[in-house]
Design a protein around this ligand. Structure first.
Ligand code: URA
Length: 252
């Protein structure tokens, strides 16, 4: 018997795969620009099976992805979780056209941390990205309660030994001209233990006042995304997380 995948509304599928709003997608359908398996469809609420149906838009086949990958600019005060009985989560922030059943954040940022967060419904991708052996590099920008300089840079490079955590070698990036001490620095780490960056700075006597993730592997946060906004990524873009940083020196 032919295997049936899950059915999704046409306007939702089109919005997700074309990066347009659900309203715009509905209008494409109503104008007769969309066909399912060669047969024109006119009602946006009709459904399609993303794994088995072929949708065409003005005759061009749409490549329906099996999985969805989203980049979010996480705002402060929101939990990196799918659901929470009390607090607002990053999944709660997704507009309906980007939301899909089973979507979850691939990795966690603390509630007060901002910046690059990936969301997906691809468990294998998330598992690989988060596996300690993958050593995926992450770049953070930290605002501190006091200056750090080349002394701390050396400690980070050697691998910090904290009472409860021995860290892999990490790179502390100081803005040019501020090598003797800067309150705003960047740090590149290739592990992701609970509160890792905050614990590392605590280990050298500093408190992190603000933390923002800028990059995962070769994937950079799209700074045009407003806090809380998300955009779809192609599977190829999502795979950039597994590549090394394009610029070994970081961004300063
Ligand atoms: N390290 C932290 O301390 N917090 C984060 O949110 C991410 C990395």
């Amino acid at each position: 018997m032919e295997e049936k995948g899950r059915l999704e509304r046409l306007d939702k599928l089109l919005a997700l795969h074309l990066g347009i709003s659900r309203k715009e997608a509905g209008s494409l359908v109503r104008k007769g620009h969309v066909a399912r398996n060669g047969v024109p469809v006119r009602r946006p609420e009709e459904k399609a099976d993303p794994e088995n149906d072929v949708l065409t838009v003005q005759g061009t086949p749409l490549r329906l992805q099996k999985h969805v990958y989203l980049m979010m600019n996480k705002p402060q005060g929101v939990l990196s979780a799918s659901q929470d009985p009390k607090a607002k989560t990053v999944v709660d922030l997704l507009p309906p056209e980007l939301s899909r059943r089973g979507i979850f954040p691939a990795g966690r940022l603390d509630k007060d941390t901002t910046g690059l967060l990936l969301l997906t419904d691809d468990g294998d991708f998330a598992h690989k990205m988060l596996a300690p052996r993958s050593h995926v590099w992450k770049l953070y920008q930290a605002k501190l309660d006091g200056p750090v300089g080349t002394g701390e840079q050396n400690l980070f490079r050697e691998g910090l030994r904290l009472p409860d955590l021995t860290c892999l070698p990490a790179e502390l990036l100081l803005p040019p001209g501020e090598e003797n001490g800067s309150h705003t620095v960047q740090v590149r780490i290739r592990e992701g233990k609970f509160h890792q960056v905050k614990r590392m700075f605590k280990g050298v006597g500093r408190t992190v006042l603000e933390l923002k993730r800028l990059q995962i592997g070769a994937l950079l946060l799209d700074e045009t995304l407003a806090p809380g906004e998300a955009k779809p990524l192609s599977p190829q873009e999502a795979q950039l997380v597994f590549q090394p940083f394009p610029d070994e020196k970081g961004q300063f």
